[in-house]
Ligand binder design. Structure first.
Ligand code: RB5
Length: 143
């Protein structure tokens, strides 16, 4: 299950991504805001982050204007590794190396065509399972 969250700036891009998920038959839950709502991005980051913490979702996709605010908010949550990616190389690398559980993007940064390819790359990449990457991920949880 993919949890998807967005503020008002991310609404249109979210709908493009939902179209892709539906075409691929990928299950998702929409925690984001609707078109006409003004909104505060931390609310949606936390809703998707909580869904992952509670294992209601396996992965998340977060969208705000830049992707920055919403990824900062998500990364304050225990066990959440949100990667802000605007290219496919990073989307693959963050799964391989960081076992990222959230992909964040900026709707004012990427167009829908590239964003959908980034989502596709993220969802189709796997953590390497490599010992040194696992150790570093564990270190992220240290105070
Ligand atoms: C909203 O105007 C904008 O600040 C927000 O979408 C995001 O880009 C924050 O990081």
């Amino acid at each position: 299950m993919i949890g998807i969250g967005n503020d008002h700036t991310g609404y249109e891009l979210k709908m493009e991504i939902i179209k892709y998920l539906e075409e691929k038959g990928i299950e998702y839950k929409d925690y984001g805001c609707g078109k006409l709502e003004t909104s505060d991005y931390p609310l949606y980051a936390k809703a998707v982050g909580r869904a992952i913490q509670k294992k209601e979702c396996d992965l998340g996709i977060l969208i705000c204007g830049t992707g920055i605010g919403i990824s900062i908010a998500a990364n304050k949550m225990r066990g959440i590794r949100a990667a802000l990616c605007h290219d496919c190389f990073s989307a693959e690398a963050t799964k391989l190396h960081n076992d990222a559980n959230i992909l964040a993007m900026g709707a004012r940064v990427v167009g829908p065509g590239l964003a959908v390819k980034i989502v596709d790359t993220f969802l189709n990449s796997e953590f390497s399972g490599n010992e040194r990457h696992s150790r570093r991920i564990q270190m992220l949880e240290d105070e």
